[in-house]
Structure formats: C-alpha cells, structure tokens
Design a binder for this molecule. Structure first.
Ligand code: PSV
Ligand code: MN
Length: 399
C-alpha cells in the first residue's frame, strides 16, 4: 500500500466525527404515509442504543442530535437522556427546537403575525438553549418552516425584521461556547416564499444576530444546479460556516444517502474545507451532522453506509496535492489543476480505510460487522413485542 496515501487518510479520519440524527432511527414517512419497520426505535433510549451501535462499529459518530419535541418529555428529562447516552458511550449533540408542529405555528413561528405566537416560539427556543446547557451541548440548530403559500399573504420585509429581532433575543441567552446554527431551505412546507430560503439570507441574519450565529448547510436544501462547494467556500471565508446536515437529493429535499447521487460534489465540498484549513492554518469548527430519515432502507445499516461514504469521500479529499494544485492554478494550467482533483477523487482508499479501522480495533467493513452482530434480529424481536404490549402502530393493510 502507498505509505503517503495511508498516512494522509489515517490523519484525515482521525479528525472526522459525524453526528447522527435521533430521528433517523425511528419510523418516519412522507406526507403520503409511513412504512413501519419492526426494528425501528420506539423511544429516545432505543435511538441512543442504535446511534451507539453505529459508533461502536465506526468509531466516527460520538454524538447524536435530538429534536426537542420528539425526544424529551416530562418523563424523559435531559439529565436522564444524557445519562443514558453516556452509559452507551456517546454524547447528546445538537439540540433542535421544533417550530413547525404546533397548530399555533400554522402562519409561522418567529415570523408569525401574532405577537403572542412569536413569543411562544421564542420561549421554546430559550427552553431549547437551556436544554442544550443541561446536555452540555454547544449547538442549537434553528430551522424554520416559516413562509407563505400565496402572494400577498404576508409582508416579506416585515417578517425579515421579525426574524432579526427574535434571533437576537435567542443569541443573548447563549452561553459563551454555544452556537446558534441557522439552517436555510428554499421551499417546503412553504410553497410561495420561505423566510430563510438560501445561504445569503441565513448569512445576513447570522451577521446581524451576533458572533455566535453561524450558517448550517443542509446539502438537500438547494436547487438542482446550485454550486454548494462555492457556498461553503464563501461561508468559510466569512467565518460563518457552522455545520452541515448531510444527505443527497435528486429532486428536492429527498433524504437520500449522502453521495448516492453526486459523490464528486461531496468530495468538492470536503476539498474546500481542507483547502481552507491548509491555507489559513486554522481548523474550522464545523459540526458535521447527518440529516437523513430512511423510509425504505433499514435504518442502522443506512446510517453506517452514510458514515462510511462520508469517511471515504473525506479521505479522498485529503489526497489532493495542494502545492501542485496551487502551482497549476497560478500557471493557468487548467487541465493539470483539474487533474489534481480528479486523480484524488479516483484514488482507491478502501485499503487505507480498512487499515485505519484495524488500528482502532474495528472490523474493516462496518456493514458486514453489523450484519454479523445479530443486533438487528435482537432489536426486531424485542421492539416488535414491546410495540404489541404498548398497543402501538400495528400495520395498516387492505383487507
Ligand atoms: C427540514 O427539512 C430539516 O432539514 C430540518 O433540519 C429538520 O430539523 C429536519 O429536516 C427534520 O425534520
Ligand atoms: Mn436539515
């Protein structure tokens, strides 16, 4: 094996940790329905166990993101959840307030025309920030379904001002190490205008809000031809890139497996990040998170597959010959410059990945290790029984 490749890949993988979403382990669906899986997590403790299983097999996912409304309750208070995560060998990561499910949020949350509902939304975010503190978590992710469906429905400009003022209120209650990650999305559920529709709007709000406000790039939240790596490069240069929600898309926010449609794009995104690190000498503080909820694939293998692809594409990006690339760029030798990227992308890194895993005491192929572990069969049996005992979702089918 090429020693240089092995060294670069090992070093890169040592620095890559990817947070898993609690909601990726539970039954979710589309607006047309749900296909239930017997092995799907029922509660937060199942989700923790599943995320910890992925971490045990990859040593690359030390934390799990949680959604406040879906994961906490009077019974499942943060302290208990944190304890359970630490028992399983992971941490609670980013905290996601839920500003879209309550009936009161029909016309929006921070941008709602009613001051009482705006206050309710801000109060929920302040509570989420307190939960983050209790969980020792540094990231609070703000995604808003806010927008309108019809021209004339509300004032776009006044809503922008409401966002500025309400985000400011939340920023004030952050503790020093915490970050507010502002996520954008072009459409859905709003179909005419979305209040934070793209990276420019998110950046503008982050800059107005304060130094702890950063932008979160969900790779699925872009139109088909958008150059995401350029957005990443600009956000890095503005020191406002806070994190990612990884997934892939073919049409819209499809929650497909990272890199399943365009792996070269993921590679180019990683290349911009590593280039920034190399050129500035500063390692950017980026929360790498997955935001995928699979309806057809089994959930845990889908997550392992995502993580191993992220590692593979990150490892390839680490192989870009930076010096040669820059020399070619300065000379205007476009073909050689492009070759620097293409050759790195085409390098087979599977051997280096396997040796990194062996060094960590892991099985070289985490998917195979999972299927041999017996975990899926054991949780299928246990959760199926528990669902029956609890009277939960017995399958709907035509008679
Ligand atoms: C919205 O589409 C989103 O990307 C946000 O990050 C939510 O928190 C997540 O999906 C789960 O619904
Ligand atoms: Mn997202």
């Amino acid at each position: 094996m090429n020693l240089h490749v092995t060294e670069c890949v090992h070093q890169a993988l040592d620095g890559l940790d990817i947070e898993l979403p609690s909601w990726g382990f539970a039954d979710t669906g589309t607006r047309f329905g749900k296909f239930h899986q017997d092995a799907a997590a029922i509660d937060i403790y199942d989700k923790i166990k599943d995320a910890a299983t992925v971490h045990r097999l990859t040593k690359a996912c030390s934390s799990m993101a949680v959604h406040v409304l879906w994961d906490f309750s009077d019974e499942n208070l943060p302290a208990r959840v944190v304890k359970s995560a630490s028992r399983e060998g992971i941490r609670i990561g980013s905290i996601n307030p839920n500003l879209f499910q309550d009936q009161d949020f029909k016309l929006g949350s921070f941008g709602n025309p009613s001051p009482d509902i705006r206050k309710k939304a801000v109060d929920h975010c302040l509570k989420s920030i307190r939960i983050a503190t209790e969980c020792n978590s540094d990231n609070i992710t703000f995604w808003f379904a806010d927008g309108t469906n019809y021209p004339g429905q509300d004032s776009i400009r006044l809503r922008k001002q409401l966002f500025e003022s309400n985000l400011g209120k939340c920023h004030q209650s952050l503790s020093p190490g915490q970050k507010m990650l502002i996520e954008y999305k072009p459409f859905e559920p709003a179909f005419y205008h979305t209040d934070i529709a793209d990276w420019g709007m998110a950046l503008c709000l982050a800059q107005k809000t304060g130094p702890q406000a950063k932008v979160l790039v969900d790779t699925g939240h872009h139109y088909a031809s958008q150059n995401i790596e350029q957005i990443v490069a600009w956000l890095l240069d503005e020191e406002r890139l806070g994190g990612f929600h990884f997934n892939d898309r073919r049409y819209a926010d499809d929650d497909l497996t990272l890199g399943s449609i365009d792996p070269y794009q993921v590679f180019r995104i990683f290349t911009e990040i590593l280039a920034y690190h190399r050129e500035t000498g500063t390692r950017p503080e980026i929360a790498y998170m997955v935001d995928q909820s699979h309806n057809l694939k089994p959930k845990i293998p889908a997550m392992i597959q995502t993580v191993t692809w992220a590692q593979e594409l990150y490892a390839k990006a680490a192989l870009v010959p930076w010096k040669a690339l820059r020399i070619n760029q300065i000379k205007g030798d476009i073909i050689s410059a492009e070759q620097c990227l293409q050759r790195a992308f085409m390098t087979d890194v599977t051997g280096a990945l396997a040796s990194w895993r062996k060094e960590k005491g892991l099985y070289p192929d985490p998917l195979e290790a999972y299927s041999k572990s017996g975990y899926e069969a054991s949780v299928t049996q246990e959760r199926k029984q528990r669902r029956q005992d609890l009277g939960l979702n017995t399958k709907t089918s035509y008679a």
